[in-house]
Write a protein that binds this ligand. Structure first.
Ligand SMILES: Cc1ncc(COP(=O)(O)O)c(C=O)c1O
Length: 710
């Protein structure tokens, strides 16, 4: 009998189940616990029950022990034989992703129940009362419903009349059944997504709390790559904009939702990329989808040439356009050229590609693609989503980085540098939601291209525009990063350190020249189990990345390292990953080498040079950036703060420039100074907010005790 119908049967007798609707039960048993994702919410609750908890503890241990000795057990061998599964001699539980995941779940349930029993003294009266009420779970030795049964969701839906909605009660097509079947497919191929409940704390970046506000974890996979979501001048600007303009935008850009904040940000972004114009969208997903679908449907007979590793937003945009799409092998210029050459010069063509590919960390050959585009008469569409804020002297992305010195010398001139890679790219798209720590997306390019998209793209026209407060925060962030290179440098230094330390302990990192640290696991269930274990046992949050985001067999933990992670936090991460790899017997680099390699790991490829050179990072000079230590305050750059504030003088009024007369620390490389609490206390602020703002502007690194527990 499946788990849900077992539970439904017990509803009449158990006080808890009796009060709970079947639909809720279904949700509880099919949804992963936010804190312990290898078990369901229902099981997590059960671990706290005075009688169920101990039962789970015992049963969980039995399951773990059973699985531990599974190889060689006769009836299991028979099952394998019947199912045509051949088990190699000496097979262990770790080799089976399903069994090892089930064992991990049983272990978690057992551990939790054990901990709960230790914490709260068992109250026999409660148990007796429950047993007397006839709750089957409250009878001594009562069998537990198995955790994560063979996911008979469809059957569960059928056994759940209380969950029937008006849609499923209708004659004809079974809508609810359809949803359940679609979900079932996701469960079957391990691509069902479980979302963790992670609440990043502005004052404690990169620490977050989980569903329980007291339960703090270190976040190692956020795309808030530089911690700009809690940068003091960003937060200050947003407070000021909120007070003046309130929350929402009030309408679409066409009707009441177009203001000075939006126009100011677009001008800033155009200038960042040294292009004539830019256009802001509600996200870069929307920007890519809207722009490519509009281009493809408007350009007569348009053909797209799309890198096979392109992001879903670009793929959707090209598909929506109805235009022909030709795929070329990832970063393979010979393949791209042979495909371009098959079309006449006159045919409108768009080459769509990325600068930093976020799941493997490779970098697109932008210059070479521009060469081919010029030769074959194509437009270039470059997604710099994982690069803006992070590459280049002003954070304009990899295209800017490729002419680092020229762009540094040109400073903040909005004019193009003729012949530079950034100048040669026709359309650049970026996000405000990753390194800039906000939300929103944009395109930058020629005046007429931008005006055409503005005039035709439904995804731009028919939606409420971003709130002025969000736009203001994003704008402050872009300006801050344009002015200050230190966060970018420190991030890269920390990334190098993480890669070096993983290599030292034989952890397989997909080689790449960028800031992405993809740790190969190579199996969906194992990757999820590793992520769950890191969270549950080490208070470290790294999301596992499974199909379809990466190919099957290339599942990984995608680690992002920020300039705000401390040395002590990195020690914890490295130790935890090492332990989890050992516990779950995940392949190390040397194992992949023996097996012939996978996903670029252990395949004998030469490790690419990092795109940030030692010189650009000022390594070996007195200006070399250093990883923070616990308790050390993060650096906030005063000239960058003042530049960001300056952009809002006319709209929000001036803020007195911060002068560091007190305890500010000079840095060797720039002579710039860190903002400190005392200096910020002197800021002019709206009445009543000073104390709060003071706190927010003073970015503390978690003190040692917090970091230790986090
Ligand atoms: C390459 C790429 N392009 C576009 C997007 C969409 O950006 P946004 O989050 O602003 O919608 C993403 C998001 O992850 C991405 O990875």
């Amino acid at each position: 009998m499946d788990k849900l119908s077992t539970l439904t049967r017990f509803k009449a007798s158990c006080p808890f189940l009796g009060r709970t609707q079947t639909a809720t039960l279904r949700t509880l048993c099919t949804n992963a616990s936010p804190r312990f994702p290898s078990i369901s919410v229902l099981t997590e609750r059960a671990t706290k029950c005075p009688v169920m908890g101990p039962a789970l503890n015992v049963r969980g241990k039995e399951i773990v022990a059973g699985y531990a000795s599974v190889a060689g057990v006769q009836d299991v061998a028979q099952i394998h034989k019947d199912q045509g599964v051949s088990v190699p001699a000496g097979a262990t539980i770790e080799m089976c992703p399903h069994a090892s995941a089930a064992r991990a779940a049983a272990r978690t349930a057992s551990d939790l129940a054990h901990a709960a029993a230790k914490k709260a003294e068992l109250k026999p009266d409660t148990a007796k009362a429950a047993a007397a009420a006839g709750c089957p779970f409250h009878k001594a030795g009562a069998p537990m419903p198995a955790e994560h049964p063979p996911v008979p969701h469809a059957a569960a839906a059928a056994a759940a009349p209380a969950a029937a909605t008006s849609a499923s009660a209708r004659p004809g097509f079974n809508y609810e059944g359809f949803y359940v079947n679609e979900l079932e497919k996701k469960h079957q191929d391990n691509s069902y997504r479980y979302f963790n409940n992670i609440n990043r704390l502005a004052a404690k970046f990169p620490t977050a709390h989980t569903a329980d506000v007291k339960d703090e974890v270190q976040v190692w996979c956020s795309n808030d790559y530089l911690g700009m979501g809690s940068n003091p001048v960003v937060v200050e600007t947003m407070h000021r904009a909120l007070d003046k303009y309130g929350h929402g935008a009030g309408g679409t850009r066409n009707i009441a939702g177009n203001g000075a904040m939006h126009l100011g940000l677009e001008q800033e972004l155009a200038s960042l990329h040294r292009k004539p114009a830019a256009l802001v969208f509600s996200s870069c997903y929307v920007a890519n989808d809207a722009t490519l679908s509009t281009l493809g449907s408007k350009l007569p007979g348009c053909v797209f040439f799309s890198d096979t590793m392109n992001h879903a937003s670009m793929i959707q945009g090209m598909r929506h356009s109805g235009a022909k799409r030709v795929l070329f092998k990832h970063n393979d210029m010979a393949d791209l050229e042979s495909k371009l050459a098959q079309y006449p010069k006159e045919t409108p063509k768009v080459i769509a590609f990325e600068s930093v590919y976020s799941m493997c960390g490779s970098i697109g050959p932008i210059k070479e693609i521009c060469d081919l585009a010029e030769q074959y008469g194509a437009l270039t569409f470059l997604d710099e989503v994982h690069a803006v804020g992070l590459y280049g002297p002003r954070g304009a992305g990899v295209a800017e980085h490729l002419d680092y010195d020229a762009h540094q010398a040109a400073g903040n001139s909005p004019h193009p540098i003729k012949g530079s890679v950034m100048d040669r790219v026709d359309i650049i798209t970026g996000t405000l939601g990753k390194a800039y720590g906000a939300v929103g997306g944009y395109i930058a390019g020629s005046d007429d291209m931008v005006d055409m998209i503005r005039s035709y793209a439904p995804g731009f026209i028919f939606t409420t525009s971003l709130p002025p407060v969000t736009v203001a925060g994003a704008h402050a962030s872009v300006v801050y990063q344009k002015e200050y290179v230190g966060d970018r440098q420190l991030k890269q230094v920390n990334v190098r350190e993480a890669k070096r330390r993983f290599a030292e302990i034989d952890i397989p990192v997909v080689p790449g020249p960028s800031h992405i640290v993809p740790v190969l696991v190579g199996d969906a269930a194992l990757a999820k189990a590793a992520s769950d274990k890191l969270l549950a046992e080490h208070n470290i949050y790294v999301q596992s990345i499974n199909y379809p985001t990466v190919a099957r067999g290339e599942e990984r933990l995608r680690i992002t390292v920020t300039p705000r992670h401390t040395r002590e936090q990195m020690d914890t991460l490295i130790g935890a990953v090492d332990a989890v790899f050992a516990d779950l017997k995940i392949n190390r680099l040397s194992d992949w080498i023996k097996a012939g390699g996978r996903a670029g790991v252990g395949m004998g490829d030469v490790e690419p040079e990092p795109i940030w050179t030692d010189e650009q990072l000022a390594l070996g000079t007195p200006a070399e950036p250093h990883m923070l230590r616990d308790g050390e305050r993060a650096f906030v750059d005063v000239p960058a703060v003042n530049a960001a504030r300056g952009r809002f003088n006319s709209l929000l009024g001036p803020v007195a420039a911060t002068t560091n007369t007190t305890t500010a620390t000079a840095t060797a490389n720039t002579g710039r100074k860190a903002i400190d609490g005392k200096a910020l206390a002197g800021m002019k602020m709206r009445a009543g907010a000073a104390a709060m703002m003071h706190e927010k502007m003073d970015i503390p690194v978690p003190p040692p005790d917090v970091a230790a527990s986090a």
